[in-house]
Design a protein around this ligand. Structure first.
Ligand SMILES: NC(=O)c1ccc[n+]([C@@H]2O[C@H](COP(=O)([O-])OP(=O)(O)OC[C@H]3O[C@@H](n4cnc5c(N)ncnc54)[C@H](O)[C@@H]3O)[C@@H](O)[C@H]2O)c1
Ligand SMILES: O=P(O)(O)OC[C@@H](O)[C@@H](O)[C@H](O)[C@H](O)CO
Length: 386
């Protein structure tokens, strides 16, 4: 069995690659980072170090690696005969993966079972986004002749894998916790065997609970922590002011997922508490800069703040905690982060209502529009005063 995995970064090596390896797949890592691919090609194993209570070392072997920028034909040849293709590259990179998958589906021999495609990104229905990119490239005439050569399944992945210190090489430090939920219906009666993953009939409650609890809480910790000068997530959450702000935002998103998906309120409260414990793990060297990365993506319409806030106000439910976190995100001024730089430039150049439309996708007339305009105007005033 062979799996091609796009993105040999933190979650690629520390989670998806590990679980596919443990499931018996030969993993072929595909990445555009030539130096990283060179190191993987030169190695015959790497270690995933789980830190925290019960953590142990896990060995990953039997992998190969291919430079997807330099060797597109080689990559397509690997994909053409693969059983599984996964991604962990970031939702906005999926469109660059699509041409490779399209070429592989065109070349796929008719006697092979469909290629299983699963995007493992922090985004709702990321695999559907990838499929739509491939279908658009193929066009309305060709796509129906190719679609049956792949099975597209959405997934929700959860494991905190921080940025890795250079001295650890290919080895990866991760937390012990992980969850990989995969939607079952696309597979009919025969889902693939991936011990460690679980198959669910309806992914929506899983992905929304994950994105709007883990990722909303994480990002709120990062942005509120950054404002107070913290570098590490665990230190930020130890601050009472940050912890209270995160708790306010998560109380709101919890109310939404409970109301929308009929989740048990006590179970959701326990889920939330477990997540905060994970963020506090002092052995996990995670930073506010990594967790707050790409603020424009994180402030977009269906993402971890605006997505739940829009649904909450539409239901007449409170959003003050989420709006405080958005206000902090607007002040995430980090020179090394291209999106943070663009966001600060936008705040300098555009009027507040324009910034709200461009960044959050919320239009005037929506009940969230005026509160967001006020928050943006506040961030602009702060920026001018700095
Ligand atoms: N790190 C985590 O804790 C975590 C947990 C769950 C989900 N995720 C999600 O996984 C995805 C990856 O996150 P990460 O933390 O591993 O990031 P990362 O930056 O460590 O890894 C991303 C990798 O993708 C590669 N890449 C970029 N463009 C590519 C392309 N066109 N083709 C092939 N490879 C390409 C990069 O070179 C990099 O090695 C994101 O969507 C993230 O939200 C991350
Ligand atoms: O990967 P992002 O940028 O969408 O979000 C940053 C972190 O919140 C995220 O990577 C978490 O560590 C992860 O989602 C935990 O499962």
């Amino acid at each position: 069995m062979k799996a091609v995995h796009f993105g040999a970064g933190n979650i690629g090596r520390g989670f998806v690659g590990l679980l596919l390896h443990d499931a018996g797949y030969e993993v072929v890592f595909a990445d555009v980072d030539a130096a990283l691919i060179g190191r993987l090609q030169a190695a015959d194993r790497y270690v995933v170090h789980e830190v925290g209570p019960g953590g142990r070392d896990r060995i990953v072997e039997r992998f190969r690696a291919i430079d997807s920028a330099a060797d597109a034909p080689g990559l397509v040849a690997e994909l053409t005969t693969a059983d599984v293709a996964t991604t962990a590259v970031g939702p906005r990179v999926l469109r660059f993966i699509a041409p490779h998958l399209l070429d592989a589906l065109r070349a796929r021999p008719g006697d092979l079972p469909p290629l299983i495609v699963m995007a493992c990104e922090n985004a709702i229905n990321a695999t559907d986004l990838l499929r739509d990119e491939i279908a658009a490239l193929a066009g309305a005439e060709e796509w129906p002749t190719l679609a049956h050569r792949a099975i597209f399944a959405n997934t929700a992945v959860d494991r905190i894998v921080p940025g890795q210190p250079a001295e650890t090489g290919l080895d990866v430090i991760v937390e012990t916790f992980f969850e990989w939920a995969i939607e079952r219906p696309p597979f009919g009666d025969a889902p693939p065997e991936i011990p460690g993953a679980h198959f669910v009939d309806d992914l929506a409650p899983y992905i929304e609970r994950k994105l709007f609890t883990v990722n909303t809480g994480h990002a709120a910790t990062a942005y509120l922590g950054h404002l107070l000068g913290y570098e590490r997530i665990s230190d930020a959450l130890a601050d009472a002011e940050v912890a209270a702000g995160v708790e306010r935002a998560l109380t709101e998103t919890s109310a939404l997922v409970v109301a929308k998906h009929g989740l048990d309120e006590a179970e959701q409260a326990a889920y939330r508490a477990r997540i905060l414990e994970r963020f506090r793990n002092p052995e996990l060297p995670d930073t506010v800069e990594r967790v707050g990365r790409q603020p424009l993506r994180k402030l977009s319409r269906s993402e971890r703040f605006i997505g739940p806030a829009a649904e909450l106000v539409e239901r007449g439910m409170p959003v003050a905690g989420l709006l405080d976190a958005v206000a902090a995100a607007l002040r995430f001024d980090v020179a090394a982060d291209a999106e943070a730089v663009d966001l600060q430039a936008l705040l300098r150049s555009d009027a507040a209502p324009e910034v709200v439309r461009e960044v959050t996708g919320i239009e005037s007339g929506h009940p969230l529009f005026d509160p967001l305009v006020a928050i943006v105007a506040g961030a602009q005033a702060d920026q001018r005063a700095r």
